[in-house]
Design a binder for this molecule. Structure first.
Ligand code: FES
Length: 576
């Protein structure tokens, strides 16, 4: 790993083949203007997920040019290729349904071509996890270049953040507190540049994870998309992938269990998205590592929450960048990190952090004076979630941290849409809203609808938060007392399926407890009467998805994409 790699590269085998296929490879490549000098260099694939259907990747065509410049400078030959690109705002029913498809697309593109190393350019929520899953499976030298967050939205001197303020302002509009005109002004001001959402949502969380796990260059995550320093980062990334190929440093040398623990710790210290847990379990699964939910809870309970970013704090990615970004946060966390882990710099975390200074204390709090003594995400267990559920405790209303209330049940997302604002719905601020059949197989694709809307009549009374429970996910930009990822999900007969209106539910975040206060005998009676919902697909990718997707606590990957050894050693992973 240390010195120059002397093994034959894949591109050398392609272009150096003395037979007919070598001739074809060379002549078809030269037809694009490349010369013999070029094709003797290491071939660097650049996975460009530009799409006009994905706003968060709108600037990638330009960014790729800077990556190519770096690749050429370092003596490589860049070859750009596309994969599917999934952006949160448009994709229906949910981008999560397509994450595994993107991971498969990326994996097969990397496998099928004469690529010696790859730069993976992603940004919007599911794209970085999909690319890391692919990199873990293929294990050729790889480096992530994340697209960067948008600049802060601005309106009348106020900072706006996507999409935390998308929820906030549409809620106030629904409550009648702001006019159509005011909402329109917010709509025009919130997304004022290229880039992904600029709060610590899933995209910012996954960009931070790419860096913390060692797969992106230090400082990459927080540079705003339109900042010239992101172009510099693109060039440096292009240079560095050539170095990784020369030294044969591969994703599995970098993404070890210790590196994954660093990524979890950074997520917990940052108030990162609950989605990160599913994605990290899926990435680890591709490496043959099983991550139990308890590991997240353990690291969370030992990690102070120190990053003052929305939706759990005050600032946004732009201020985080100015405060030093992920390297400054990791410097503060250094005593808690595994600093011997190798990174794409070719150096260890410890070496990378040597000259980093701690940033603005209003943004990155000191370890001994944190915003909260423990991390953002808590794992709940109980008879309602035998395999676990998650809550982002840093975004919870203090008065709801311990709560017991009567369930108001919605059997499906469609049922919720139909009835949530019904003036006759029997609900008050102490009720617990329960949504079923919104999980990996039930919805399917586990959409981000776990932030159930507050019923209109309660909004009018000033209620802004309630306990809400579902087998769905939430956007990383969501806030409120939202219990999500309840596992097993309702559609496979998890206890959530048997909750009825009026049942008492107890949430106790401190005790990590989520209980349905109904006797086991009564639950068994309900279980006997239960029939699973009809599958939503009878053909195509949707059918493959519902048949083969794993549960939330197993990362929602397809069972057949895990390494054979992991499937064999964990019979429950064949959850079909
Ligand atoms: Fe792409 Fe939020 S919509 S990151």
């Amino acid at each position: 790993m240390g010195g120059e790699n002397t093994k034959q590269r894949k591109s050398e085998a392609y272009f150096g083949d003395p037979g007919m296929w070598g001739f074809v490879h060379r002549s078809f490549t030269k037809a694009m203007g490349y010369t013999d000098d070029d094709i003797r260099k290491p071939v660097i694939g650049i996975c460009n997920t530009f799409s006009e259907l994905n706003k968060c990747h709108y600037h990638f065509r330009e960014l790729v040019e800077f990556v190519k410049r770096g690749v050429w400078q370092a003596g490589g030959m860049p070859m750009e290729f596309p994969t599917i690109s999934i952006g949160e705002p448009y994709v229906k029913p949910t981008t999560m349904l397509l994450r595994n498809l993107m991971a498969m697309d990326t994996e097969e593109m990397m496998r099928a071509h004469p690529i010696d190393g790859v730069v993976l350019i992603g940004g919007c929520d599911k794209t970085i996890p999909a690319q890391l899953m692919a990199a873990a499976s293929v294990n050729i030298p790889a480096i992530c270049l994340t697209g960067g967050p948008m600049l802060n939205g601005r309106l009348n001197g106020e900072t706006l953040g996507a999409c935390t303020d998308c929820y906030r302002f549409t809620l106030e509009h629904k409550a009648g507190n702001i006019s159509d005109e005011q909402l329109s002004l917010v709509e025009n001001s919130i997304c004022r540049s290229d880039g992904h959402c600029m709060v610590m949502g899933t995209a910012s969380t996954m960009a931070s994870i790419a860096e913390a796990i060692g797969m992106a260059l230090p400082g990459c995550a927080a540079i705003p998309a339109p900042d010239s320093r992101r172009r510099h980062m693109a060039e440096l990334t292009g240079k560095q992938i050539v170095e990784l190929v020369k030294r044969d440093i591969r994703p599995r040398d970098i993404m070890t269990l210790d590196a994954i623990k660093n990524a979890i710790r950074v997520t917990m210290a940052s108030g990162g998205s609950t989605n990160a847990i599913i994605h990290l379990i899926a990435i680890a699964g591709r490496l043959g590592i099983k991550l139990p939910l308890e590991m997240f809870d353990e690291i969370s309970s030992q990690t102070p929450f120190i990053l003052n970013l929305r939706p759990s704090g005050q600032y946004q990615m732009e201020e985080y960048f100015e405060a030093g970004g992920v390297p400054a946060l990791m410097k503060e966390l250094e005593p808690l990190l595994n600093t011997d882990c190798l990174t794409v710099t070719g150096k260890t975390v410890k070496e990378n952090l040597r000259h980093v200074r701690t940033g603005d204390r209003r943004v990155i709090f000191p370890l001994d004076n944190p915003l909260d003594k423990q991390g953002g995400i808590v794992v709940l267990r109980g008879n309602l979630a035998p395999n676990g559920a998650l809550i982002k405790q840093t975004a919870v209303s203090p008065h709801l941290r311990k709560h017991r209330g009567k369930a108001v049940v919605f059997e499906s997302p469609q049922d919720m849409e139909r009835r949530i604002d019904d003036p006759n719905l029997e609900v008050d601020e102490n009720s617990v809203l329960v949504l079923k059949n919104a999980g990996p197989k039930g919805a399917p694709g586990m959409p981000e609808i776990g932030q159930l809307p507050i019923p209109k009549k309660l909004l009018a009374k000033g209620v802004r938060d309630m306990v809400r429970i579902s087998d769905a996910r939430i956007s990383g930009t969501s806030y409120g007392t939202l219990v999500v990822h309840v596992s097993p999900e309702a559609a496979v007969g998890g206890p959530l399926a048997f909750v009825q209106d009026g049942d008492e539910i107890e949430l106790d975040i401190e005790a990590r407890r989520l209980n349905l206060c109904v006797s086991e005998e009564e639950l068994e009676k309900r279980r006997q009467k239960w029939t699973p919902p009809a599958p939503k697909y009878d053909r195509g990718y949707g059918l493959l998805y519902v048949e083969r997707v794993l549960q939330a606590d197993q990362g929602c990957d397809f069972d057949f994409l895990l390494p054979k050894e992991l499937r064999q050693s964990n019979p429950e992973l064949t959850d079909r």
